[in-house]
Design a protein around this ligand. Structure first.
Ligand SMILES: *Cc1c(COP(=O)(O)O)cnc(C)c1O
Length: 344
């Protein structure tokens, strides 16, 4: 099967750079970013910091590194951090919280990835020196395993109140913050103002080939820059990559709403297929989770893969399909037809 015949719904990371993006990359003015003089990296970092209303930004190779640098910069070994039990930082970052940062995670079960302020407040420890001090709260927005769930700004503000009362920092894993903003109508700044640090991905819905950014105060980013180097994330002529990120922010942000409309369309059509289990109200952004009655997610993944429709078995009873820049309605219709065939 030709690559172009495959409908790839595994993730919004699978997009390839457009010709215009490649051109922007080729034209990028570069320097040596470890030495701090790559003008395109500096421009991207400023742009992201401004978008998020923060003093400074830092370009890093991946979302995982962005989150782990932030955790490392906020904590010391033996500290405790609070996050949702299915949070990416805990579940999908290869144990880096323990292995790299030396922190312990207190996991709280959320509803579709959302924690309440009360729940978090009950989890906060401190005082007695037998206890690990709680130093950081991480919220994921949108929440991946939760279903692409948008954190309501009012909920984030309530949690912020708790954090301030207890003197605990907050980090947002905003790999898909852009999706949360497009879906909710809130600005990146409104969300970011509730957090000491924010990580965002350029290589998911925005369609850049590589890269994430962290934003925070100047002092925090100076500390983060040291850990970026320590973790092996200092890059040299990375302006070539940063140029793709700038292009993506300028040209691919508004269109995220198309991904959301496509996800809703896909979910609606799926809900009409006999034996497909889905709640279309759960589809808030670009992630669509669904199950097939009497079939394991692995079976669904394999059957579809053979027929050129790629997605992942992600939950115990469900597979996940993700809409993005490189999949259109025609592709989704092809995927739907294939799903109808295998569930028949
Ligand atoms: C994808 C993702 C990340 C990090 O991704 P990388 O693959 O390391 O770039 C972090 N958090 C969430 C919620 C994600 O979906």
């Amino acid at each position: 099967m030709k690559r172009t015949d495959i409908v790839d719904l595994r993730s919004d990371t699978v997009t390839r750079p457009t010709p215009a993006m490649l051109e922007a990359m080729m034209r990028a003015e570069v320097g040596d970013d470890v030495l701090g003089d790559d003008p395109t990296v500096l421009a991207l970092q400023n742009k992201v910091a401004q978008l998020l209303g923060k003093e400074a930004g830092l370009f890093v190779p991946s979302g995982t590194m962005a989150n782990q640098i932030a955790v490392r910069a906020h904590t010391e070994a033996g500290d405790e951090i609070i996050l949702e039990a299915d949070g990416h930082t805990f579940l999908f970052e290869t144990g880096a919280l323990a292995g790299v940062c030396g922190v312990q995670a207190q996991l709280l079960p959320g509803k579709r990835g959302l924690l309440t302020a009360d729940q978090i407040e009950r989890g906060i420890r401190g005082g007695d020196y037998h206890l690990p001090p709680t130093k950081l709260i991480i919220l994921e927005n949108t929440h991946n395993q939760g279903g692409g769930t948008v954190q309501p700004l009012s909920l984030v503000q309530e949690i912020r109140g708790v954090a301030l009362r207890h003197g605990i920092a907050m980090h947002m894993d905003g790999a898909r913050l852009w999706n949360a903003c497009v879906a909710s109508g809130k600005s990146p700044k409104e969300y970011a103002s509730q957090f000491e640090s924010v990580s965002v991905c350029l290589s998911k819905g925005l369609g850049a080939p590589v890269g994430s950014c962290i934003a925070g105060t100047k002092a925090f980013i100076a500390r983060a820059r040291r850990f970026r180097k320590m973790f092996g994330g200092g890059m040299r002529q990375s302006g070539i990559l940063a140029a793709a990120g700038i292009y993506a922010l300028d040209h691919h942000y508004e269109r995220l709403k198309e991904d959301h409309e496509n996800a809703k369309y896909f979910a609606r059509e799926l809900s009409h297929i006999k034996n497909v289990q889905i709640d279309i109200n759960d589809v808030e952004t670009n992630l669509v989770y669904f199950g097939v009655e009497g079939r394991t997610p692995k079976w669904v993944e394999e059957q579809l893969h053979e027929r050129g429709v790629w997605l992942f078995a992600e939950r115990p009873n469900e597979v996940r399909a993700v809409t993005h820049l490189d999949v259109d309605r025609a592709g989704l219709d092809r995927a739907l037809e294939t799903i109808r065939t295998i569930v028949r």
